[in-house]
Design a protein around this ligand. Structure first.
Ligand code: ADP
Ligand code: ASP
Ligand code: MG
Length: 405
């Protein structure tokens, strides 16, 4: 017997026929002897419609609390529809909303972007497990939470994915299945470019980066709750079969936390190519990467300024890289000089929450300033920050930054 969590997005339950098909797919798994928890979004674009309606009717005086209450009606309705559809197929089901005694998802009091209280949720999930043990199919509102005063909160747009993975984690489920309107995770958004291809699998790390960079197919916070024991996949609603392979989300790899600070083990050589008006020069990055790439030299990081471009490479490659980059400077008029600075250490900080944590850079630089450590370069993306310091400060910097997690 397996414990499954299946989440149905808006399109997947977009009309009566689809709700029926989705309910059948759930009952099918139940009949095979599995336990299954259903998480549903609002039907179709209901959430958008409720937002438009309240904007038109109330406008700017609408409070966040009122808004959360109004939009929660989308999921409040869909759980009732879905649960009744399951019962019509002869299986017992219960719908669970935030007003229910056994409602599991507990949050802070932020009405629209509520933060999950993991400890309380992990405890309250017992109620859902009890239903499963009685052979009942629980249908839970995605996207919604319950704040400290018992009020309805929401987890932010697209938050049903978070609900599914959160419940999967707390229930120690075997698999989380995200049912949506595309075949799985594709090579790009299939609604934007023709010819997008389905991936058979994607790692948690890649999926997380894809999601934080805007691929709507999964909410970026959902994977926080994916550990290596839980299987996960994204499948299409079309076939009405929860055994569809879709795209499997694999990992995270053993010992690889979603949040970590790591120190690159070797000293790094830092080459800077200097020239005038470099930012206006097309093909410059290509020039440097090709020269190093052709010589099989891996570039660990690169940064570009108005008048310089810096490449960070493992010190063991420095001797080989030096004459090649120098030839580049000699051959190209827009480059004037090349410098090799002293050894640096590279510290990576990875955290999916960076993208929506204000002040993260000062959290990183603060402890270094207090310890008199000079930052040579800093680079950041939505989920990672890379800090370069003098090699002799590397270990100390790593230890200080590890404490941020
Ligand atoms: P649901 O309502 O099921 O949660 P969403 O609309 O939130 O569905 O997410 C699915 C959508 O994600 C797809 O319809 C597609 O437009 C979009 N999308 C963006 N990038 C990708 C991608 N790389 N692979 C698949 N879908 C993507
Ligand atoms: N119904 C909510 C929304 O449209 C949550 C979700 O679909 O995941 O944002
Ligand atoms: Mg979604």
């Amino acid at each position: 017997m397996k414990l499954l969590v299946a989440k149905f997005g808006g399109t997947s339950i977009g009309d009566g026929a689809r709700i029926k098909k989705a309910a059948k797919s759930v009952v099918n798994e139940y009949m095979k002897g599995n336990q299954i928890v259903v998480v549903v979004s609002a039907v179709n674009k209901t959430t958008d419609e409720l937002i438009t309606l309240s904007d038109q009717a109330i406008g700017t005086s609408l409070t966040d609390k009122q808004k959360a209450n109004i939009i929660s009606m989308g999921e409040m309705t869909s759980i009732r529809l879905f649960s009744a559809a399951v019962e019509s197929l002869g299986v017992k089901s219960a719908f669970i909303d935030p007003y229910n005694e056994i409602w599991p998802v507990i949050t802070d009091d932020n009405s629209l972007e509520a933060k999950i209280d993991f400890k309380s949720t992990n405890k309250k999930v017992e109620g859902i497990q009890d239903l499963l043990n009685q052979g009942i199919i629980p249908v839970v509102c995605g996207f919604l939470g319950q704040g400290p005063a018992g009020e309805v909160t929401t987890l932010g747009r697209g938050g049903s994915d978070v609900t599914a993975f959160l419940l999967g984690h707390c229930l120690d489920a075997d698999e989380v299945i995200i049912v949506t309107d595309v075949d799985g995770v594709m090579s790009t958004n299939p609604n934007k470019i023709e010819g997008a291809e389905k991936l058979d699998e994607i790692s948690v790390e890649e999926m997380r980066d894809l999601a934080t960079h805007g691929a709507q197919v999964l909410h970026p916070h959902a994977l926080k709750y994916k550990d290596s024991r839980i299987k996960a996949k994204i499948i299409s609603f079309e076939k009405g079969d929860l055994e569809e392979p879709g795209t499997a989300i694999t990992g995270p790899s053993e010992g690889q936390d979603l949040k970590y600070a790591s120190l690159y083990p070797n000293p790094i050589a830092q080459f800077s190519l200097v020239g005038c008006g470099m930012l206006k020069q097309s093909g410059l990055l290509g020039l440097v990467t090709t020269v190093l790439g052709d010589a099989d030299i891996n570039i660990l990081g690169i940064s570009a300024g108005q008048n310089s471009i810096t490449a960070f490479i493992d010190k063991k490659d420095a001797e080989k890289a030096y004459p090649l980059l120098h030839d580049c400077v000699i051959e190209n008029d827009f480059l004037s000089s090349l410098s090799l600075s002293k050894d640096v250490a590279m510290i990576f900080l990875v955290d999916p929450d960076f993208v929506d944590t204000p002040g993260i850079i000062s959290d990183i630089t603060g402890p270094l300033r207090e310890n008199n450590i000079n930052i040579i370069e800093i680079a950041s993306s939505q989920t990672a920050v890379v800090v370069y310091v003098d090699w002799t400060d590397g270990k100390n910097t790593h230890a200080l930054l590890k404490e941020l997690f």
